[in-house]
Design a protein around this ligand. Structure first.
Ligand code: FAD
Length: 159
């Protein structure tokens, strides 16, 4: 099976878009990621998947914590900045959730402590124990589907 076929198949799974944030020695680092899911309700666990070449990998290994910031549809530019697709024309400002930096105005911010890491193929899965959650507003989410950004407005609603 070639890589393109695998990518096309995975791209058919529509997702939201997150920016993962962490901090090492006072330096904040962010990375766009859609490989995220809820793992367990009791205890409350989530998982993210980070590529072996991403600089985020070593940062999370050092900090042992990360925040998941679920973006709204108006935050596409931030997704592009933290995916290295666009240069920021000004400093990105962060809020705090406990001792972690979080993306300002992200409708959902989840702070986690790493409780386990599994290296699988060319990615590492970080299991995060949820420490705190901040829900603010009910803005529609930014979506990612077939390799492109989308929004609920652009999708037909299935009843
Ligand atoms: P860098 O390439 O060093 O950083 C990423 C970008 O963020 C850089 O442009 C950097 O300038 C900027 N940045 C970082 N910190 C700050 C800061 N404090 N202030 C301002 N700018 C900052 N990769 C995965 O491994 N897993 C995924 O689940 C995943 N999902 C993705 C989903 C989507 C929709 C997209 C578009 C990409 C996804 N990627 C994923 C790819 C990933 O976002 C990129 O490969 C990213 O560039 C890798 O980041 P890095 O940690 O190597 O950091």
């Amino acid at each position: 099976m070639d890589d393109r076929q695998f990518r096309n198949a995975m791209g058919n799974f529509a997702t939201g878009v997150n920016v993962i944030t962490t901090e090492v020695d006072g330096d904040v680092h962010g990375m766009t990621a859609n490989a995220f899911m809820s793992v367990s309700l009791d205890p409350k666990l989530v998982v993210i998947s980070i590529g072996e070449n991403a600089s985020m990998l070593e940062k999370i290994r050092k900090s042992n914590r990360y925040a998941v910031n679920i973006l709204s549809q108006s935050q596409k530019e931030l997704s592009m900045i933290f995916a290295g697709q666009k240069e920021a024309d000004r400093n990105v400002s962060f809020d705090r959730l406990g001792d972690l930096p979080v993306i300002k105005d992200a409708p959902t911010q989840i702070s986690c402590e790493v409780v386990n890491e599994h290296v699988e193929g060319d990615h590492a899965l970080f299991i995060g124990k949820v420490i705190d959650i901040n829900l603010q507003g009910d803005a529609d989410p930014l979506l990612f589907y077939k390799g492109k950004y989308s929004s609920i407005e652009n999708s037909s609603v299935v009843m």
